[in-house]
Design a protein around this ligand. Sequence first.
Ligand SMILES: Cc1cc2nc3c(=O)[nH]c(=O)nc-3n(C[C@H](O)[C@H](O)[C@H](O)COP(=O)(O)OP(=O)(O)OC[C@H]3O[C@@H](n4cnc5c(N)ncnc54)[C@H](O)[C@@H]3O)c2cc1C
Length: 573
Amino acid sequence: ALHTAPSQLSRTEYDFVIVGAGTAGNVLANRLSEESSFTVLVVEAGIPNSAVVADEVPYLASTLFPNTPLTWNYTTASQSGLNGREITYPRGRALGGSSTINLQAWTRASRDDWDRFANFTGDSGWSWDEIFPYMIKSESLVQPPDHHNTSGAIVPSLHGTTGPVQISLGGFPMETDQRVLNTTQELPEEFPFNEDMNSGSPLGIGWLPFSVDTQGKRSSSATAYLQPIISRPNVDVLVMTQVTQIIASGTVNGLPHFDAIQVAQSRTSSRMQIMAKKEVILSAGAVNSPLLLQLSGIGNPATLRAVGIKPIVELNDVGQNLADHPFLTVQWSVDSTAETTDLIARNATLANQLLQEWETTGTGRYCDPGSNQVAWLKAGGDTQDASAGPTAAQIELMFFDGFVSLVQGIPATGDFFTVGVAVSSPFSRGSITLASNDPFDSPVIDPGLLSDSRDMSVMVQAVKMAMQMLQASTWDGYILKPATELSPTSSDAEIANFARNFTSTEFHPAGSLRMAPSSSQEGVVNPNLQVKGASGLRVVDASVFPFIPAGHLQACVYAVAERAGDLIKQDWL
Ligand SMILES: Cc1cc2nc3c(=O)[nH]c(=O)nc-3n(C[C@H](O)[C@H](O)[C@H](O)COP(=O)(O)OP(=O)(O)OC[C@H]3O[C@@H](n4cnc5c(N)ncnc54)[C@H](O)[C@@H]3O)c2cc1C
């Protein structure tokens, strides 16, 4: 059942206490409560996902962040790679976590990404071949909302048919779709067509699936995994309640045994303890899970002591190895005959009509998150490659029929085309550290975007490839002129300068509690996702990736959580 205050809970102890009803947390709530003898509590700081309409409307995802009631309204530390700028850094804060506010792209990264996880951890269970069944288990490929023929645009045999998350190709044709595809025929060597980017070999340009159902609604971990099981008698979900600390009350096998959480509804409200008889599972995401471990005395003893926290478990990698995908948008003026997103942004009447069309039919522009195709590429040139191997991308290009920027507003007039450019396999690393010992204070978030000059070289190359792509004749008459200071004659230094001024994040923090072999001094969790040097405590979310996957992260997080569900059941059944 759903509860809004700790006093409403039916028990004071549960077998499993899950911190965070986000992307991973709800998978575990679902899978662990399949076992009727297990009692499960999920504690979520945010609000129910049903509180707003926009989180159901794929097109309106970009209105859900930053600085809304559905987000942790974080800002990064000054970014040395970005001329010292500070970047808004939202994370989902609602049932479903970031899966309730994200842009719904659905990608699994590459075979080499997963095989690198397996090689690094020494656990073949994280390899592509062994994680693949969990990818299938998490998803159902369904008809796009407009029921258009998708043959040749996705390979159904590579996808699940019975999993909770509904995925589909975009349900609204865009004027630029055909031009992007024509480019793959004009320039097949540089930009080959890829029939399904989720095969393990994503390189090329292909159609991007989204976590959107046939009715044109967002499919999140809240709608897919939590809502169907919320009335199971062995599940309690507590919202609007923040976990402020994980508590070790004794030792097991000589290790501090974490068997309780402390919760509070506000900075000044009273704090309450809830016991976990079997495990506390931390699924608070790649920013908040390292924050909470440090607040609980797990981390680098010197940095903990510096903010007045007594160290309990020495783990120097807590909050380290943070990686993210730097994301830059480059815009061109276009001669459009269609409704670009620019027209919608400037015309409230049109926006309202589109919302009504979505409400009555589940179709139209609003059922589609945008960027129907994506390119995954190697950078070539003299760039250094931090990717996992030959199938893994260094670069991502996303295509938007309108002005898209995380740094600037939309110009008052004109129609635009935007290429979003990301470094998919970055060298740069950052960290999450405590600003104070108050759990209601934001941590110091330093994703280190473009802080390694090798990533800047890849970014420059990526922008050049975007410009090269638009030289194909299929864009003649559509692309009119650059809408930025960049042009095909720009020097590398000019492009790098532009990147420093306009790069932001793809919202993919990962790796801040990375897994590593049990025997290694490195890492925070072992390959079974248990916190090293502790008992009773596991982490299951985007923080455990040993390297950032070269893809959008949500499908990867769902797969990790599905496998974690089996690992936990194996330990307790
Ligand atoms: C704006 C945005 C756009 C994105 N777009 C895409 C995309 O298009 N495609 C894609 O694949 N990925 C995308 N991502 C990334 C993807 O959504 C995340 O990587 C993924 O959802 C992370 O899952 P998680 O389980 O690690 O954390 P989350 O889903 O963020 O879950 C963490 C949960 O824990 C809760 N929590 C945190 N601290 C506490 C506490 N102390 N007490 C109680 N509860 C707590 C949070 O409120 C949240 O609900 C995007 C992310 C964002 C933010």
